[in-house]
Write a protein that binds this ligand. Structure first.
Ligand SMILES: [Zn+2]
Ligand SMILES: [Zn+2]
Length: 266
């Protein structure tokens, strides 16, 4: 029997689990999708990106052990990105009996602003091994993964995106942002590009469907995943819309669903 160790190894080192793929009252509020975040596994590391509503419950439902979390990453402090972060910290540290894990959070989450008080309580900070308030365009390392914070422009003043660089795979998560050519420059060189696209039509704070081909034609990742659907795009059938984008750009493109797991390779 022939076993392809190269592809077996690459399957083992990188995976993405989409625990939640919705946003807003019209989708998450009605239980149509959750906003529980994304689990990115790279080598021995397990990252929980944006643990919004349902993060702990959906992780258990989809077979993810929150206890195995290496780091939690928070792009900004809107409900559908940050709501359950304290619950994830408790589950990860087994109610503080096993203090562990790293929290990488935007400045709002840890320091607060006038509009958004800090979301991580002092008690929950004490359950972590380490927490870091990050600004845009910073670089840090967690084990063998380099993490760069990206600029996002959104109606939370310290919003970020993240770029994860590992020998096996580079993954970009846009966070919530508008489209701008200078922001797209930051995504170059990634193999997997995850874009938060809540709406079909343009608004002042988010990506919309017509922005996606502009981004993909410039970045040309191996795979693009569109997620974070609000009411109009959820209703419009993201699967159909994303197929059209794939046809237009020639870039492989998926519409995320709650529970979707992929094992991308370079
Ligand atoms: Zn937001
Ligand atoms: Zn959002």
């Amino acid at each position: 029997m022939f076993i392809n160790f190269a592809s077996f190894y690459s399957i083992m080192v990188a995976s993405l689990h989409f625990l939640g793929t919705g946003t807003g009252a019209g989708v998450v509020g009605k239980g149509l999708r959750s906003s529980a975040g994304i689990i990115l596994k790279l080598g021995q590391n397990q990252f929980h990106i944006d643990p919004g509503v349902g993060a702990v419950i959906k992780a258990a439902e989809f077979g993810i052990s929150v206890r195995d979390t290496t780091a939690i990453l928070l792009s900004h402090c809107h409900t559908h990105h940050a709501n359950d972060v304290n619950a994830v910290i408790e589950a990860m540290s087994y109610d503080g009996l096993d203090k562990k894990g790293v929290l990488v959070a935007n400045k709002t989450a840890l320091n607060g602003t006038e509009e958004y008080p800090a979301i991580i309580t002092p008690y929950h900070r004490s359950l972590l091994e380490r927490y870091i308030a990050v600004d845009r365009n910073m670089q840090l390392a967690i084990n063998d993964v380099e993490i760069r914070t990206l600029t996002a422009r959104h109606n939370e003043p310290n919003s970020l995106g993240f770029k994860f660089i590992h020998p096996e795979l580079t993954v970009v998560y846009s966070g919530d942002t508008v489209y701008s050519p200078d922001l797209v420059e930051q995504y170059l060189g990634c193999h997997v590009l995850i874009l938060n696209v809540p709406n079909k039509v343009k608004d002042s704070y988010n990506l919309c469907l017509e922005d996606v081909p502009l981004i993909l034609e410039k970045v040309r990742p191996r795979l693009a995943v569109i997620t974070h659907f609000a009411n109009d795009l959820h209703k419009a059938d993201p699967l159909y819309e994303v197929r059209e984008i794939q046809r237009k750009t020639g870039v492989s493109c998926l519409a995320a669903k709650d529970g979707m797991e992929i094992q991308p390779t370079k």
